[in-house]
Design a protein around this ligand. Structure first.
Ligand SMILES: C[S@@+](CC[C@H](N)C(=O)[O-])C[C@H]1O[C@@H](n2cnc3c(N)ncnc32)[C@H](O)[C@@H]1O
Length: 195
């Protein structure tokens, strides 16, 4: 049988383990390294559809956890009493209005990714715009000592982005997950200890 090019080890494993997307293994690896999700944690998941990161957050934050997911697409396969979904475009929505609805967070996650055009400079620009927007959410909503995880792409815009965030966190790390496809320039910026 001919395999779809996306039907790789992680995609098959996600299906077997009943996760909603293969990207779960990226967050799992990040969390295992940096110990970000605590019991009772309050999380924000930006770009949450189809829902594997929120699913992981709900599971690991436990009974008293609180996960809010935002996306333009409705995660119809995800439901939990500890999960609230806000359908919104993060680039155009009012940050202040959303902040009131979401409330303070221990961890802000962003796996936001634009629809790709195949034109490298356009795609990189759009991703960086989403990363900056995710950082605005984090700076507004994180509690002191909170943490931030944000998908970014390795290019010349990453250094100033990292420099901007380093003023707000005790430590900044760049993390490349094993589940990231070999050809991709995707890395995760991890901001630890919001100041
Ligand atoms: C790679 S997917 C996220 C996968 C998710 N972490 C998971 O594990 O299921 C990126 C998501 O970002 C969302 N997205 C992109 N631009 C957005 C925007 N401006 N506002 C809200 N969501 C956006 C897309 O709809 C898409 O669902």
């Amino acid at each position: 049988m001919k395999r779809n090019r996306w039907d790789d080890y992680y995609a098959r494993r996600a299906r077997d383990e009943k996760w909603l997307a293969r990207s779960i293994y990226k967050l799992k690896e990040i969390d295992e390294k940096f110990k970000l999700i605590q019991k009772g944690g309050r999380l924000l998941d930006l770009g949450c559809y189809p829902g594997s990161w929120s699913q992981y957050g709900i599971k690991n934050a436990g009974l008293h956890g609180d996960v809010v997911g935002i996306d333009v697409n409705f995660p119809n396969r995800l439901s939990s009493r500890n999960f609230r979904f806000i359908q919104s475009d993060v680039l155009t929505a009012s940050l202040d209005l959303l902040a009131g609805e979401i409330g303070p967070r221990d961890l802000v996650l962003s796996d936001l990714a634009p629809q790709t055009t195949g034109i490298r400079s356009t795609d990189a620009g759009r991703s960086m715009l989403l990363a900056h927007r995710a950082a605005e959410f984090a700076l507004l909503l994180l509690k002191k000592k909170g943490n931030f995880v944000c998908k970014v792409f390795e290019n010349e815009d990453l250094t100033p982005f990292k420099a901007k965030l380093s003023r707000h966190f005790l430590k900044i790390r760049l993390f490349r997950a094993r589940a990231t496809r070999k050809k991709s320039r995707e890395v995760y910026l991890v901001g630890l200890g919001f100041l």
